[in-house]
Design a protein around this ligand. Structure first.
Ligand SMILES: *Cc1c(COP(=O)(O)O)cnc(C)c1O
Length: 423
């Protein structure tokens, strides 16, 4: 599949008059169509809820769109909980799937009525001590260890991951929670990341459903929901086949009917905590070519850098690039596309075949809608970009302004620096 940007050169020419590059821009129509498809794919399960992983794209204007399709919020930190609360998301629509959790975050999660998803068996006592009494509804994160392998060779390595309870601990944990008065139970697991295959959720669901049947039988815990968490991937590369959420929903329904229904557990709600799948393809980083450099390689320097999008530097992740206005030109130039950090891994692309790039060309870096802006940082004194929303009617709205030097220096209150800086 070819990757087509949702903005044109003409549109960006218009946008930059008000909002200079670099910026992340999000596609409202894409977000809505996808959220609707997710809702429909799981409509067979009356209790279904997608708790959007706030960490992927922590912008309330975007999360508010998802709320219209029944999505809740999956939070992993205090500020994500605060954001969800400030958006008037009710506690039952907030999942707190954290790990290595500070006491005050558990306290706040309980105060706002969020569902607490424990990452470890020792957290049972930890939370009880903080709250005095455990909430009536609790979930535990499961990690069976080993490797999680799918038929197309895609795999991940839960045995190496810091998260979750072992199988034994799940049984022990549920017994303890039940003794301590917990009434409603959930199971959660996140065993593979960015899976571009329709098989992942159904395979995971099968494992969790089988575990649920055993857990209920052996501990008497009343299991109300099973949370398939995140991990549903997107095709970052143009030759990858995108996931079909309808096929995924059907696959989960099939194992639900094979395992849970015959066990008399056909009223269990399915939850998900997708981040990447909900937003990833619907965000793009737009940046301008500002330098070309011909040394041992051919370099194009752009006005964005790894602080705007860390995935290529951090994971060597592929992000497709389109040169606006040259969508149909032949890709006969090999470039490294770099940012300005004093770090040689600050490259959006290495040895990438692209059309000839001229200074002032706009480059669209695709699939930055999740884990894009959100992973930003301030190294080299770089400032975070703006976030824009391309609305369904074609207008563009600023949904987060760019940082300014004032923001950058604002935390230096130990020295009289702030007052001396010439803004
Ligand atoms: C990161 C994360 C998610 C979202 O993962 P995606 O790969 O973006 O779907 C969901 N749940 C938890 C607990 C996470 O840490």
């Amino acid at each position: 599949m070819s990757k087509v940007p949702f903005v044109t050169k003409e549109k960006v020419d218009e946008i930059v008059k008000k909002y200079p590059t670099p910026f992340h821009i999000y596609d409202e129509k894409g977000i809505r169509d996808n959220a609707r498809a997710v809702k429909e794919a799981f409509a067979w399960n009356p209790g279904f809820k997608e708790y959007f992983a706030v960490k992927a794209t922590p912008n309330p204007c975007l999360i508010q769109i998802l709320r219209e399709y029944g999505c809740g919020c999956d939070c992993s930190s205090m500020t994500e909980l605060m954001l969800s609360k400030a958006m008037d998301v009710p506690g039952s629509d907030i999942m707190f799937s954290s790990n290595d959790t500070p006491a005050e975050e558990y306290a706040y999660a309980a105060k706002i009525g969020a569902i607490i998803n424990l990452d470890d068996i020792t957290h049972i006592d930890f939370v009880e001590k903080i709250l005095g009494k455990l909430p009536e509804t609790m979930s535990c994160r499961f990690n069976p260890g080993g490797v999680f392998q799918m038929s197309n060779g895609i795999m991940d390595n839960p045995g190496d991951a810091k998260y979750g309870f072992t199988t034994e601990q799940m049984f022990e944990g549920y017994r303890i929670l039940k003794e301590k008065g917990v009434k409603n139970f959930g199971i959660h697991a996140f065993l593979a990341s960015n899976t571009v295959t329709n098989e992942y959720y159904p395979m995971l669901a099968k494992q969790l459903f089988e575990l649920a049947v055993k857990l209920e039988k052996e501990t008497g815990a009343d299991i109300k929901f099973i949370n398939l968490s995140g991990g549903v991937g997107i095709p970052y590369k143009p030759d990858q086949e995108p996931n079909d959420i309808r096929a995924i929903g059907e696959g989960v329904r099939k194992v639900y009917e094979e395992i849970l229904v015959p066990a008399g557990m056909g009223d269990i709600a399915i939850y998900t905590e997708m981040g990447r799948f909900m937003m990833g393809p619907y965000g793009q980083l737009v940046t301008t070519a500002i330098h070309e450099k011909h040394t041992h390689k051919e370099y194009i320097g752009v006005d964005a850098c790894a602080v705007n999008l860390m995935r290529p530097a951090m994971y060597g992740a592929y992000h497709h690039i389109t040169v606006l206005g040259k969508e149909d030109a032949v890709c006969d130039h090999k470039y490294d596309v770099t940012g300005s950090l004093c770090e040689n891994n600050d490259k959006f692309a290495v040895d990438r075949m692209l059309p000839e790039i001229e200074m002032g060309d706009y480059l669209v870096i695709h699939d930055t809608g999740a884990h894009g802006y959100a992973m930003g940082y301030n190294y080299n004194g770089k400032l975070k970009s703006a976030e824009l929303l391309l609305k369904e009617n074609g207008s563009v709205e600023l949904i987060r302004r760019a940082e300014t030097p004032k923001d950058y220096f604002a935390t230096l209150d130990c020295l009289p620096i702030y007052d001396k800086i010439e803004f």
